[in-house]
Ligand binder design. Structure first.
Ligand code: FES
Length: 104
């Protein structure tokens, strides 16, 4: 097990917080425990409400059906479902990104 630093940036609401997340924990769960409010709906990888965009480092999804919501270009741009994502390195993630998916 490894612990990584995950920086969460919410450009619209001025959030800039760094949390420590085990590689077997989900970023959404840890953020909530740290009182950082992230959007969610299903919490199972079957919607896109929790979408974040990784701009540095990487995170891995487990379960759900993220390919239903992101095409190849959007994946390459870093879009991930944070409710089913765990860090695989220190990383920086833009939060509240569902409205921006279609721009990529
Ligand atoms: S909350 Fe639905 S996929 Fe994350």
């Amino acid at each position: 097990m490894a612990i990584y630093k995950v920086r969460l940036i919410g450009e619209a609401d001025g959030v800039d917080e760094t949390i420590e997340v085990d590689d077997d924990e989900f970023i959404l769960d840890v953020a909530e425990a740290e009182d950082i409010k992230l959007p969610y709906s299903c919490r199972a990888g079957t919607c896109s409400t929790c979408t974040g965009r990784v701009i540095e480092g990487d995170i891995q999804e487990s379960g759900g059906d993220p390919d239903m919501f992101f095409n190849k270009g959007q994946r390459e741009a870093g879009f991930r479902l944070l409710c089913i994502s765990s860090p695989s390195s220190d990383c920086t993630v833009l939060i509240h990104q569902e409205p921006n998916i279609s721009q990529f």
